[in-house]
Every structure is written in structure tokens, then in C-alpha cells.
Ligand binder design. Sequence first.
Ligand code: SF4
Ligand code: SF4
Length: 80
Amino acid sequence: MLQVKVKLLTLHQLISTNNNLTFTTMAYVINDDCIACGTCIDECPVGAISEGDKYSINPDACTECGTCADVCPSEAIHLG
Ligand code: SF4
Ligand code: SF4
């Protein structure tokens, strides 16, 4: 008689089996070349940029659209 063995995996085992699959995103960052001109903040479609002596980008909000980097006159914004 043909016997078929079926191994049932628990959810934990499935997650463990695939734990080498990671999905990472990179946010844009503003470096020390920022002159605080304010050009980028109005261009960000998701409001991820904050004012300061040197402006900063919230990495959790940045969608990596690149608009801010395109308009920065100091080329102070790059992918982190
Ligand atoms: S890359 Fe786009 S979403 Fe991210 S801070 Fe710049 S303008 Fe905002
Ligand atoms: S556009 Fe560039 S220089 Fe101006 S505030 Fe933004 S990061 Fe700073």
C-alpha cells in the first residue's frame, strides 16, 4: 500500500524556516551640508522633514520618493 507522509508545520516553524527573508527600506537623510534654507520641507509629500539648525528626515515616514534631494541647493540629502 502506498503511504504518504505529510509533515505539518506549525506557524512558528514556518516563520523560523523563512526568517532569512527580511525586507528593509532606506530613508533619505540630511547631512551637515544643510544650510537650513527650508526648500525641502514644503516639497515632501508626506511631511517627513523637520526644521532645525540642520533639517532632519523622519525615517519612519519617508517614502524614498527623492523629491527633497532633487530640490536641495546644497546637495545635502542622500539615501541613507
Ligand atoms: S525622499 Fe520624499 S518622502 Fe522622503 S523626506 Fe524626501 S521628499 Fe519626503
Ligand atoms: S533643501 Fe537642503 S539645505 Fe535646504 S533645508 Fe533642506 S536639506 Fe537643508
